[in-house]
Design a protein around this ligand. Structure first.
Ligand code: HQG
Length: 186
């Protein structure tokens, strides 16, 4: 793991899950002042320059194009993935008709009964690209890609938020999930 990838993982941990681990408090939408963040990281042995932070925010140079962080003026936040209590501060967005979720076979019995639940996170994470969903599932083993009937969910009043290539929603009912993803799409 490169230093920058390690720094990105630590920053995601702080801004999504445990800001108190470096003595920070996030605002209700997850924002923190960049100067405060860099000072807090340095005080806890994780010195990061402004240039390194900029490279993490533009994470195409780190791990692809997940757009994990967002910097607006003097503030920064994680865009998605939180387990800490944050609320979305933009309007919901109309999703594409189909979205995808990557998981593993051992979760399917529960998913068939309960649908997709956010678990420890604030939202269920979906992708508009089946290959990207397969990569998410592959973190845990042989990936299974589920199709999500986002058009039906949207028509039924479920809200969707877009964060880069990631789509967020509160939960997915079992009736809107399909396991028969064509092999060409997985
Ligand atoms: C599963 C990474 C049982 C779900 C990734 C998943 C993603 C259920 C796991 C982002 C269930 C939760 C999020 C149910 C869902 N019963 N299991 N009813 N409903 N599950 O890590 O989507 O690199 O919280 O299928 O790339 O895997 O960190 O969610 O397997 O974009 O930026 O419960 O995290 O992004 O796991 O991953 P997670 P996820 P980063």
């Amino acid at each position: 793991m490169t230093d920058l990838v390690a720094a990105s993982k630590h920053l995601a941990f702080v801004l999504r899950h445990d800001p108190a681990s470096v003595g920070l408090v996030l605002d209700p939408h997850g924002w923190v002042d960049v100067t405060d963040l860099l000072a807090a990281l340095a005080a806890h042995g994780h010195r990061l320059s402004v240039d390194q932070l900029d490279r993490l925010v533009d994470d195409r140079v780190v791990t692809g194009d997940k757009r994990r962080f967002e910097r607006r003026g003097t503030r920064i936040r994680a865009r998605h993935g939180h387990s800490v209590e944050v609320t979305w501060d933009g309007p919901p967005t109309t999703p594409p008709a189909l979205l995808y979720h990557g998981t593993v076979a051992r979760f399917l019995p529960a998913i068939r009964v309960q649908g997709l639940r956010p678990g420890q996170r604030r939202w269920v994470h979906l992708s508009d690209d089946p290959a990207a969903a397969a990569d998410v599932g592959a973190r845990r083993g042989c990936p299974v890609v589920l199709r999500v009937d986002a058009a039906a969910m949207h028509a039924a009043g479920h809200e969707f938020y877009r964060s880069g290539s990631v789509w967020l929603t509160a939960s997915v009912p079992p009736a809107c999930l399909h396991e028969d993803t064509p092999p060409s799409a997985a």
